[in-house]
Design a protein around this ligand. Structure first.
Ligand code: FMN
Length: 184
């Protein structure tokens, strides 16, 4: 049976390399009978100020960010979570990180997010720096560990700067293939 995947897009650049990777992944997933919901983190107001007001009203995970409360049900019900993100200063871009921070309310309220599959699709400009994705990879793996998500795969593509550069790599083929076998 088809499953649902939330694809969290970290790049503010519409149609850029990361979105192309996300779209390739979604193509693969849809061909396999799944449904994907793309969430543009750069367009959303999300953050966490540690106010402790999580779920102070039953149907509102965050007491401050209406945008996050709109996204929250998608994240809670999704069978899969995919981070599609450019490498910014060796980590998640700030807006996507703010959205991840906002997910603290699930943790604070003891929501069970486990039994989800997760993956990361990322690209960055540098070449010849074998450590460039280390920080992002470690953050992703620790997030999955605490959330109880099993990692389907991780795709990191170096040497990608201007829009469309991803097409000169195998990143799109690998992303589409991952969409097809994401749930095994
Ligand atoms: C604010 C900013 C920070 C970046 N930091 C890095 C970095 O640390 N390492 C790297 O290799 N590329 C870095 N890049 C380059 C992007 O990762 C690269 O251009 C990527 O292809 C952008 O994806 P997009 O087309 O989806 O926007 C940075 C770009 C920006 C705008």
């Amino acid at each position: 049976m088809g499953k649902e995947i939330a694809v969290l897009l970290g790049s503010p650049r519409r149609g850029g390399n990361t979105e192309q990777m996300a779209d390739a992944f979604i193509r693969g997933a849809e061909k396999a009978g799944h449904r994907a919901v793309k969430i543009y983190a750069a367009d959303r107001k999300a953050d966490c100020v540690a106010c402790g007001g999580c779920y102070s009203s039953e149907d509102r995970p965050c007491c401050r960010n209406a945008d996050f409360n709109e996204i929250a049900p998608v994240l809670l019900r999704a069978d899969g979570i995919v981070f599609a993100t450019p490498l910014y200063w060796y980590d998640f871009p700030g807006k996507l990180k703010c959205l991840i921070d906002n997910m603290y309310c699930f943790y604070a309220a003891g929501k069970d997010l486990s039994h989800k599959k997760a993956a990361i699709l990322s690209c960055g400009e540098e070449t010849g720096n074998y450590m460039m994705f280390d920080g992002l990879q470690r953050s992703f793996e620790l997030i999955c560990r605490v959330a109880g998500w099993s990692i389907a795969d991780q795709i990191y593509v170096p040497g990608v700067l201007e829009v469309g550069a991803i097409q000169r790599t195998d990143g799109l083929q690998r992303s589409e293939a991952l969409g097809g076998h994401f749930f095994g």
